[in-house]
Design a binder for this molecule. Structure first.
Ligand code: PEP
Ligand code: MG
Length: 591
């Protein structure tokens, strides 16, 4: 079939990391590696064993070479986890034992060992199973590839301008992606919150995940349009479609350039009221994205990803290094809000011995976990306090649901301060302590809590889940996940009122804060700071600068007086269409 006869096919997935690009496919097929079992003659057992040692050495050398490059911290941690496995005496001895006792070839022995390890994950949460399976697969595949003499399908040497197409892509693979050459990523598996999507966002690599079977329809060299705005991939697009997308890309670039001109302008309303703009980051490397858009204050740094990327608890010193680097990068005129561990629910690590729970969203999560594992909590607080000499630190505690929990957390923080003092370690005496307001009980007692902290940050992702009694990961009840339900709006208002009364700051760091559709409503409700992904900040700032605080308060007042969601939606839509006709002209409403 000639190129002109190729039929354009469209695939629908989910946005892993935003962007739109046209490029050539570069397929990687990890599944190509077929391992077979061979029986080994007794006199060849020794030789088979020495092949294992050689493969381990080769694998180590490859990983060390990769670690020698300029890598993101989380990538480094992943590769270090692989290296640790290759040095694991148990792993080595078990492979050698399988060869000896079963008289099987080295490749099969490696496969047998790692298959066995994967089988032990059956009782773990889905997330842990996925992550651990990925780690075991990667270590096993590397060893087997080296045993078979199969060239590593290295992502280092890919030609420029390619879109990597793969069934799945692991965080380990992500470490090998050369951002200068790879322009996009499309995978059969994965979701927007999967680890590799998070890493792709940090690399600003347009990514569409969950395309189901795109790998069966693409071969290396095929022209692709990757629309990581609407979660689409077009294979063999027509010239007209390419032209249409080139125009979209030009418009996006022009809009970004236009917005970037505002990067140094203050975020104040048209009538001069300052609205704080902060960023949420999951990995320290994402700070670069924040700086690019002129934002330095971090409203939420989720520390769990340090543990998840490493596949286990990070030590006090490892955490100290990361927090110090972050604080130095943020600079003394700004601040970093570092959240204490929010493990549990969808973030589970076998190394932390978290219990398997039938209802983990309601279980041993966040501060509840930290209060049970004081050792881990203290290590983290020590690391944070020690790092505080490098900048302005705010410590934020997630999932507080009652005063006693807050007081216990404060007590432990105080103990840690005293310990550090006794050890003669330096730390700042100006570290603010705040809590996330994300459990309905915390809203109801917000006045009581406000008296004991320096700031609040409203976590709407969880506040909506817990208020509406819906698991935020469950698509069957997703229709109830609404930020403009009257219950949620009243909770925001109540939290703001309690903060005002106690004269403390109130921020919002849930996804709702970066939702352009709600910017006017939120500032009208009196939220002081909005914290969101770096990519969303300029658009929000653009609106804030054109909004009058008077009109925002009037909108919030009217909305709070309404009874139904339908009325609220109609008013918000009408207001935003009237005030920002260009921005909301082709807008697909999602409230
Ligand atoms: C939230 O719940 O809104 C929040 C920001 O925290 P996370 O999404 O990490 O639970
Ligand atoms: Mg939360």
């Amino acid at each position: 079939m000639s190129d002109s006869e190729l039929v354009c096919r469209k695939f629908k997935g989910n946005v892993g990391a935003p962007g739109v690009i046209v490029g050539l496919a570069y397929c990687i097929d990890r599944a190509k590696l077929r391992v077979t079992m061979r029986l080994v003659l007794p006199e060849l057992v020794l030789l088979e064993k020495s092949r294992v040692h050689d493969a381990i050495e080769k694998s180590r050398a490859q990983l060390e070479a990769a670690l020698g490059r300029d890598l993101q911290e989380d990538h480094r941690l992943i590769l270090e986890a692989h290296l640790a496995w290759l040095a694991d005496e148990y792993m080595i001895q078990e492979v050698l034992r399988h060869i000896e006792t079963d008289r099987i070839n080295a490749e099969w022995a490696v496969k047998k060992l790692f298959d066995g390890l994967k089988a032990t994950l059956a009782g773990e949460s889905e997330r842990t199973r996925i992550e651990r399976t990925q780690l075991f697969d990667e270590v096993a595949q590397r060893l087997i590839r080296n045993l078979m003499g199969v060239q590593d399908e290295s992502l280092d040497g890919v030609p420029p301008g390619v879109v990597i197409v793969s069934h799945n892509i692991s965080p380990g693979d992500m470490a090998h992606i050369d951002r200068e050459r790879v322009v996009g990523l499309a995978t059969d598996l994965g979701g927007p919150t999967s680890h590799s999507s998070i890493l792709a966002r940090g690399m600003e690599l347009p990514t569409v995940v969950g395309l189901e079977h795109i790998t069966s329809h693409v071969k290396t060299g095929d022209v692709l349009i990757l629309d990581a705005q609407d979660g689409l991939v077009f294979v063999h697009p027509s010239l007209e479609l390419i032209d249409e997308y080139q125009e979209k890309i030009r418009k996006r670039a022009a809009r970004t350039a236009e917005l970037l001109e505002m990067k140094d302008l203050p975020c104040v309303t048209a009538d001069g009221v300052a609205v704080g703009l902060q960023v949420n980051i999951d990995l320290p490397e994402e700070m670069r994205l924040a700086t690019n858009v002129g934002i330095r204050d971090i409203g939420l740094f989720r520390t769990e990803f340090i543990f998840l990327a490493k596949g286990g608890p990070a030590s006090e010193d490892e955490q100290y290094e990361i927090y110090s680097r972050l604080l130095r990068e943020v600079g003394r005129d700004h601040y970093a809000t570092i959240r204490t561990l929010d493990m549990g629910y969808d973030k589970v690590l076998p190394e932390l011995n978290q219990p398997g729970e039938s209802n983990p969203a309601m279980g041993l999560r966040a501060i509840r976990f930290c209060l049970q594992r004081e050792d881990i909590f203290k290590d983290q607080l020590r690391a944070m306090l020690r790092a505080s000499v490098h900048g302005n630190l705010r410590i934020m505690v997630p999932m507080i649901s009652c005063l006693s929990e807050l007081r216990r957390a404060k007590g432990i923080l105080e103990e840690v301060r005293q310990e550090l003092e006794l050890e003669g370690r330096e730390f700042s005496d100006d570290v603010r302590l705040g809590i996330m307001i994300e459990v309905p009980s915390a809203v109801i007692i917000a006045d009581i809590l406000a008296a004991e902290v320096d700031f609040f940050s409203i976590g709407t992702n969880d506040l909506i889940q817990y208020t509406m009694a819906i698991d935020r990961e469950n698509e069957n009840v997703a229709y109830l996940y609404s930020p403009i339900h009257q219950a949620i709006l009243r909770m925001i208002k109540q939290t703001v009122d309690a903060a005002r009364e106690a004269r403390i700051e109130v921020s919002m760091c849930g996804e709702m804060a970066g939702d352009l559709q709600l910017t006017m409503l939120l500032i009208g409700l009196g939220v002081d700071n909005l914290s969101m992904s770096p990519a969303a900040t300029l658009k929000v700032k653009d609106l804030v600068r054109r909004i009058d605080m008077g009109e925002a308060r009037a909108l919030a007042g009217r909305v709070l007086g309404m009874k139904t969601r339908r009325e609220i939606i109609a008013l918000v839509k009408d207001t935003m269409h009237t005030r920002f006709p260009v921005e909301f002209r082709d807008h697909s409403w999602t409230i």
